[in-house]
Design a protein. Structure first.
Length: 299
């Protein structure tokens, strides 16, 4: 019963074996199918041609375009020059920018003879920066790498030139403090929580809302106890500011001072100590009190 019903529904002769001339409706169906296939190919080909054309259009960045942790806004060129002046960038320097955008900070530094590297998340911006470095004739000095600024190795830099938000800078701050003492950090506009800039200056000219540059010197790490011939120096450190005590037996004198990279200066009692930190030792001159030279060794 079942097989009979099936034989009724199914075509009793396989289609391939049927003569088309004897079955004109099949010929028409094949024509329609062929036309449909040709048309589909044409539509797909036209689509991919249009896409290719679009892809060949050079990438144009848009101010405010989203970025991984901060949008892209370019530093005005006059402010870049101010930042590089503040950091006194020369051919001796290795400059890095985290979130390097179209590469302008590093290209500016390279034009002064410095080597530099920009880390940027957006690969289109990285390509653009490479093109701009080539056009400026500094591609041999300015390197651009796609990557995340939070995991980038900055240990070789002695100058950082950046435009990031305070929340970005705060997260990066431990890495900045690990740079070689005396390294210079120049930032467009924003600050780092708790760390006062050593110098702040304004650019003049065409800088719109972004005319202020901050310079920070990475301070030597001096926190702890130091032995001096005349007593024990105990130092607390908050970035470049230092405080503490200079103790000799039962006598303890408050200490106040600051660092500019490896240069240290502090007062204790009526005397002013100036000198240089060199790892676990420091030394210099004393003015006031008994005067002369001073030295200290980390305990
Ligand atoms: C405010 S723009 C500064 C551009 C450039 N430094 C300048 O001064 O003109 C910040 C840049 O950081 C990039 N960026 C955002 N998050 C990032 C991340 N996690 N790692 C690397 N780059 C990032 C953005 O794509 C953008 O180009």
């Amino acid at each position: 019963m079942v097989s009979r019903r099936l034989s009724f529904v199914a075509d009793p002769i396989p289609v391939a074996k049927q003569s088309l001339s004897r079955r004109p409706h099949l010929k028409a169906r094949r024509c329609i199918l062929q036309s449909f296939v040709v048309l589909s190919f044409a539509v797909v080909a036209a689509g991919s041609l249009a896409q290719e054309k679009q892809e060949k259009k050079p990438f144009q960045p848009v101010v405010g375009q989203s970025g991984k942790d901060v949008v892209w806004v370019p530093t005005p060129f006059v402010l870049i020059e101010k930042m590089l002046d503040l950091a006194r960038v020369t051919s001796q320097d290795y400059v890095m920018d985290l979130g390097s955008g179209d590469g302008r900070n590093i290209i500016g530094a390279a034009k002064r003879g410095a080597r530099g590297k920009g880390i940027e998340w957006n690969h289109n911006m990285v390509d653009l920066a490479k093109r701009r470095a080539q056009e400026a004739g500094v591609a041999d000095k300015a390197e651009f790498v796609q990557g995340d600024m939070y995991v980038a190795d900055i240990s070789q830099a002695n100058v950082m030139a950046m435009f990031l938000l305070t929340e970005n800078l705060d997260k990066l701050m431990p890495k900045f403090l690990d740079l070689k003492p005396g390294s210079r950090i120049v930032i467009n506009g924003f600050g780092i929580t708790g760390w006062s800039p050593d110098v702040t200056e304004r650019a003049s000219g065409d800088c719109g809302s972004w005319c202020t540059a901050h310079l920070f010197y990475v301070p030597a790490k001096v926190v702890g106890t130091w032995q001096m011939p005349g007593g024990k120096l105990t130092i607390k450190q908050a970035f470049q500011k230092i405080s503490g005590t200079l103790a000799n037996g039962a006598n303890s004198t408050p200490v106040e001072g600051s660092l500019k990279g490896e240069e240290i200066a502090f007062t204790a009692g009526g005397a002013t100590y100036t000198g240089r930190v060199n790892g676990n030792s420091m030394s210099g001159d004393v003015k006031g009190g008994v005067g002369g030279k001073w030295s200290a060794t980390k305990k």
